[in-house]
Design a protein around this ligand. Structure first.
Ligand SMILES: [Cu+2]
Length: 234
């Protein structure tokens, strides 16, 4: 049985870190951050998105909002960890704001660079956010058309996964979750409750595309079943 994936020790930083050319070491980093070179969309990085804290105004007006939630269960020791909505249809170029409604989450693409089977469109960079705290938010602009399966890496095996359909319900993310990795990939598909959630009929890419949004409450109870047990319990 695979071990639970720990938090990747990545220290992802905002693009501001790449502009250390200016050697004015006196002013605050926040001040330098506002001097980002002008491009079409400089604020939301294709790989690292944009991290906002507290009441900070987003630099880009989000087109959609997703909450990242922890909710206790009445019938099990393990709470539910989930994205809400868990399925979302967007247009290419739309920006989604992920709100940390609870602690210790991130947003992470299913991509071989992270050790997972590819479940985002080919040619898409392996995007991820840092692990964030309540009140933070993360912006991601979805450019590449097709199905994007995403997860919270710390809680993936508990079912904290989602599906963003960008334009058309196509690409590797539209394949069944049990699909074997390519021979060249050291990667694994969505497993345990992650596999159940992404296999729920409501998250069928065609359904997400036509429904627009799929809330967590629309999934079948059996798709949310906790499959991991703590030490000492059966
Ligand atoms: Cu999480």
């Amino acid at each position: 049985m695979p071990t639970v994936a720990g938090c990747s020790g990545s220290s992802n930083q905002t693009p501001a870190d790449t502009q250390a050319e200016t050697d004015t070491d006196s002013e605050t980093p926040m001040q330098q951050m506002t001097d980002t070179p002008q491009t079409d969309s400089p604020e939301v990085d294709p790989r690292f998105g944009y991290v906002g804290s507290g009441s900070e105004e987003p630099p880009v007006t989000p087109d959609h909002t997703v909450n990242m939630v922890i909710r206790p269960r009445e019938d099990a020791w393990l709470p539910e960890f989930y994205f809400d909505p868990v399925g979302l249809a967007v247009e290419p170029g739309d920006t989604v704001q992920f709100n940390m409604a609870s602690p210790h989450h991130n947003v992470n693409a299913y991509h071989p660079a992270f050790g997972y089977t590819q479940r985002i469109p080919e040619g898409t960079p392996p995007y991820s956010s840092p692990v964030m705290v309540p009140g933070d938010y993360w912006l991601k602009t979805f450019e590449t058309e097709g199905v994007h399966n995403i997860m919270c890496a710390p809680h993936e095996l508990f079912g904290m996964v989602g599906s963003v359909v960008v334009g058309s319900p196509t690409g590797p993310g539209s394949n069944p979750v049990g699909e074997a990795p390519k021979p060249t990939e050291q990667s694994r598909p969505p497993e345990f409750t992650a596999g159940l959630v992404l296999s729920d009929p409501a998250l069928d890419p065609e359904n997400v595309a036509s429904a627009g949004t799929v809330s967590w409450s629309e999934l079948r109870p059996e798709s949310k079943e906790p499959l991991l047990v703590p030490l000492g319990e059966e």
